[in-house]
Write a protein that binds this ligand. Sequence first.
Ligand code: GLN
Length: 234
Amino acid sequence: PKGGKKMKKLLVVSLFVLCIVFALGKTYKVGTEATFPPFEYVENGEIVGFDVDLIKAIAEAEGFDVEFVDMSFDSLIPALVSGNIDIVIAAMTINEERAEVVDFSDPYWTANQSVVVKGGSGKGLTVLFGDNSIGAQTGTTGDLWIEEELQNTGILTGQVKRYESFVLAFTDLENENVDALVLDEPVAERYAKDRNVDIVGLILTNEEYGIAINKDNKALLESINNGLEKLEDS
Ligand code: GLN
């Protein structure tokens, strides 16, 4: 009958509208650690940076919304696994250990590690040897590198200082409370622009950054990779 056809049409149209509303309405919580310029940092009370722009552009391309949550770097993966956040974008290096517990998008950046000392201190790469104190952000690949390559090998006999925030780490470096920091090169370069520090060495770790997603959310992983691809194509 005619009425049935109309009803069917109406149903299809409303389902379609509902799908759009649903797709547009979804807001994902994005975890980051905002002391990592130029990728994520706070400016005028707002979290900004390359990663922020990137995930916003992906969200726009894929039709979802994002909301940022700032936390310590080492709590990002636990928060993702427990479902407190949906996405991590934090200049996070894709490595085996992390990939066992979370999924990573296709890589979007490549970086190495830098060794940074106080400006004008005259310290060089030998700062990594012997009885010096070396700092890194807790749970980062820089932290891991110090432990594996310097501490476990006995090259470094001094202490390793672990920081929650890079702002604090750089202040400690300027105040001579730590002899050197190991961190991602683009970020070291950025801090070196307005802090009294010198970059004295590069460690070629050849790391790739990825966006992390809970392993139970393959649809979101696919959507993020789609968004990345669209952005790269354009
Ligand atoms: N790329 C490094 C890592 O994944 C540092 C990231 C960061 O400190 N935000 O460990």
